[in-house]
Design a protein around this ligand. Sequence first.
Ligand code: GRG
Length: 286
Amino acid sequence: MYTARVDHELDAALPLAVTRPERLHDAMRYAVLNGGKRVRPLLVYATGECLDVDPKLLDVPAVAIELIHAFSLVHDDLPAMDNDDLRRGKPTVHKQYDEATAILAADALQPLAFSVLANIEGAPPAAAIELVRLITGACGSTGMTGGQSIDLAAEGTALCAAELEHMYSLKTGALIHAAVVSACLLREGLTESDAAALDRFGRDIGIAFQIKDDILDVEGETHVIGKPAGSDVSLNKATYPSMLGLEASRRRCDELLAEALASLERFGPAAAPLDWLARYIVERGR
Ligand code: GRG
């Protein structure tokens, strides 16, 4: 239900493909609306449900965060980065269009995300500013972009578990954590201890998400995961399975899941959607 909701909101937020420049807008829509599990928006809605936040308000960070996620995937697939031809079972944006269009489409998705945040209605102005602060932090040089930089620099080198988890917490975890915290920012009167529990939940599940992504790169099949299986090995990436083995990777995922679920206990049945999503993140097949 929330997947259909965010898809509808994303569609409405994106410029129409018939609006000039048509090719750029078409590429932006392709980058965002070509499938995708929508895990980050689902985390926004599930956290909001846990805290009884109006879903209309949650649409705003859900859309903004998914637009930034789509931007990051377009850049991640470029020849200068992972040089992938397949994403979500379809040609990557630079393969479907061309490299310049892919770069520009990604460039335009980021300001669109922040304009969505700036135009939030029905929340105190301070909440909009807090959301911008949270999400700029999550995608900047000490968040996702920094993590990607560390990841690229680590190709062909050996990292220990702590270094890997630091990289994962930035590259992948920062935006996932921001999805959870964004809903907290929209809940007036949230106690510090509830906020801290959800903060821990977001951090644990963000790192688990990337370890599971690494496991799927080793064990998954291209037609199921929708991107080339084994690409981490071909790129000589420093990953959890390559450094510590599959068994240790699975164990660490399970530990992080257990910690994440423990953080939810205080919320009782209201946290059922978050509980489900956390399990999905470590048990998914794609
Ligand atoms: C966006 C500010 C900004 C910078 C870009 C290129 C880059 C810097 C960062 C790359 C970060 C990246 C691609 C991390 C990997 C995260 C990951 C596991 C992505 C796959 O997410 P899923 O499985 O994908 O949720 P779907 O297709 O389901 O949406």
